[in-house]
Design a binder for this molecule. Sequence first.
Ligand code: UDP
Length: 194
Amino acid sequence: LKFVDILGVPFIHTTQKDFIATLETHVAKQEKAFVVTANPEIVMHSLNDEAYKQTLAKATYITADGIGIVKAAAIVGEPLPERVSGYDIMLDLLETANKNHSSVFFLGAAEEVLQATVQKANQDYPNIKVVGSHNGFFDWNDYKLPQQIKNTAPDFVFVALGFPRQEQWIGANIDQFDKGVFIGIGGSFDVFSG
Ligand code: UDP
């Protein structure tokens, strides 16, 4: 795997299609992954916030979320093939999960958005197993949510808490899980369900 450094953030050099295949391999091998889809705002934030930089350092993969990162890579002379954004990854992973009968957990957004997301996912991707869901407004010290994720052992966990919360939450919790592809996807549930 090749990485392109932009202001200290290592972006994976990949196409969207290859990246989905990479994550599919993680699921097949039951290997954990922490995916950050990073836009310029995230890169800038990492420069000013050491704790956030440490969180990004825990990520398995950081993808170029948006044309701004792709342009920056071209400027530093290490072009990236294309942007690999959170919403597009979520849609492709749902397709993959449907094909492979994988299990999925939805975490984040307001309760009604979450419910609409679960309903649409079940409708559009009938073979996926939605093993759990939780809205994005909860006490981070409560162990019950991580426990629920641990017990249901989902193949994919979509974390829609917005930046920088989703990366912080995954970074703080991933060590306790045995498997699963965890990915922060911002406001994607709002888009998906809307
Ligand atoms: N959100 C959440 N918990 C929070 C704050 C936000 O689940 O404590 C959700 C919000 O409902 C929305 C998503 O995170 O679905 C993205 O929120 P926002 O637009 O504020 O984040 P950004 O676009 O900056 O990533």
